[in-house]
Design a binder for this molecule. Structure first.
Ligand code: NDP
Length: 258
C-alpha cells in the first residue's frame, strides 16, 4: 500500500516495538518516511525487526529501568539528529489469581511499573527533544480495559492511569508544542492470541464490526495521532475497538430475546 509521507525527516522511538502493535506502528511510520528506533526488552527480536524495516535501528531497553530509557532516548537523538515522536507501547499484564486475597503485591507493582510508570519515564526522558522538535507528539497505547472491566486488575488500573497521565501531560506540554494522546485498542491479533483461533472467532461475533483488530488498525491510528493531521488534537483517548465499547452486546441480546 502507498502511504502519505507524513514523517519525512522525523525521528521516532517505539517501546516494545519488536513485535505486534509496536512493530506494525514502526513499519507504518517508516513507510511514511520516519527513522524509527525500536526499543524493546527483547533486544534480539528488536534487532531482527529493525533489520527488516528501511532506516530503522534497535536497542535493548526495559522501560522499568530509568537509565536504559535515557540511553535509548539519547541513542535515537544521536542516530536521527531529532526525536519527534514517542510511542509508549510496552506493557505487562499479569493474570489475576482466582481469589483476590491471593493476589501478590509484586505482579501489581510490575504491571503498574511497565504500563504506567514506564510511559512516564519515557516521556520525561524524551520531552526536551520533543519540545525542541517543534512538532513533538506522544502516543500512549492504552486498552479498552481502561474503560470497562475485562479482568486483570493491575493492568486495567494502569491503563486507566495512563489515560489520566495522557491528559495531564497534554496540559503540561501544550505550551511547549508537544501533543499527547492515547489509543485504547480492543482485541488485536498479536502474540497473546497465537494459537487461539477459536477464541478469536468467538470474539469476532461480539465486535459490532464483525472481526477482531489487526496490529495495522492500531498503527494507522497511531500514525494519525502522531502526524500533522492531528495538529489540533491533544489530551484525547481514541478507542480503536471495532465498536466494542459503543454497544452493550449482552443487553442488546437480552432485548432481542424479549
Ligand atoms: P506483544 O506482546 O506482541 O509485544 C510487546 C513487546 O513489548 C514485546 O516485544 C515485549 O518483549 C516488549 N516488552 C515487554 N515488556 C517490556 C519492557 N519492560 N520494556 C520494553 N519492552 C517490553 O504486545 P501487543 O502488540 O499485543 O501489545 C502492544 C500494546 O497494545 C500494549 O500496550 C498492550 O497493552 C496494548 N493492547 C493490546 C491488545 C491486544 O489484544 N493485543 C489489546 C489492547 C491493548 P517480550 O516479548 O520479551 O515480553
Amino acid at each position: 500500500m502507498n502511504f502519505a509521507r507524513r514523517f519525512e525527516d522525523h525521528g521516532v522511538l517505539i517501546t516494545g516495538g519488536a513485535r505486534g502493535i509496536g512493530e506494525a506502528t514502526a513499519r507504518r511510520l517508516a513507510a511514511e518516511g520516519a527513522r524509527v528506533l525500536i526499543a524493546d526488552v527483547d533486544a534480539d527480536q528488536a534487532a531482527r525487526t529493525a533489520e527488516s524495516i528501511p532506516g530503522a535501528e534497535s536497542i535493548g531497553c526495559d522501560v522499568a529501568d530509568r537509565t536504559a530509557v535515557e540511553t535509548a532516548v539519547a541513542y535515537a537523538v544521536e542516530r536521527f539528529g531529532t526525536l519527534d515522536v514517542l510511542v509508549n507501547n510496552a506493557f505487562s499484564c499479569s493474570p489475576d489469581t482466582p481469589l483476590l486475597e491471593d493476589q501478590p503485591d509484586d505482579t501489581w507493582y510490575r504491571d503498574l511499573d511497565i504500563c504506567l510508570t514506564g510511559a512516564f519515564r519515557c516521556a520525561r526522558a524524551a520531552v526536551p527533544h520533543l519540545a525542541a522538535s517543534g512538532r513533538g507528539a506522544i502516543v500512549n497505547i492504552g486498552s479498552v480495559n481502561a474503560e470497562q472491566s475485562f479482568g486483570n486488575h493491575a493492568y486495567s488500573a494502569a491503563k486507566a492511569g495512563l489515560a489520566s497521565l495522557t491528559r495531564t501531560l497534554a496540559a503540561d506540554l501544550s505550551p511547549r508544542g508537544v501533543r499527547v494522546n492515547q489509543i485504547n485498542p480492543g482485541t488485536i491479533r498479536t502474540r497473546a492470541w497465537a494459537g487461539r483461533e477459536a477464541g478469536l472467532e468467538a470474539l469476532s461475533r461480539v465486535y459490532p464490526l464483525g472481526r477482531v483488530g489487526e496490529p495495522e488498525d492500531i498503527a494507522a491510528a497511531a500514525a494519525f495521532l502522531a502526524s500533522r493531521d492531528a495538529a489540533w488534537v491533544t489530551g484525547t483517548t481514541l478507542r480503536v475497538d471495532g465498536g466494542l465499547l459503543a454497544v452493550n452486546t449482552a443487553f442488546a441480546q437480552a432485548v432481542g430475546e424479549d
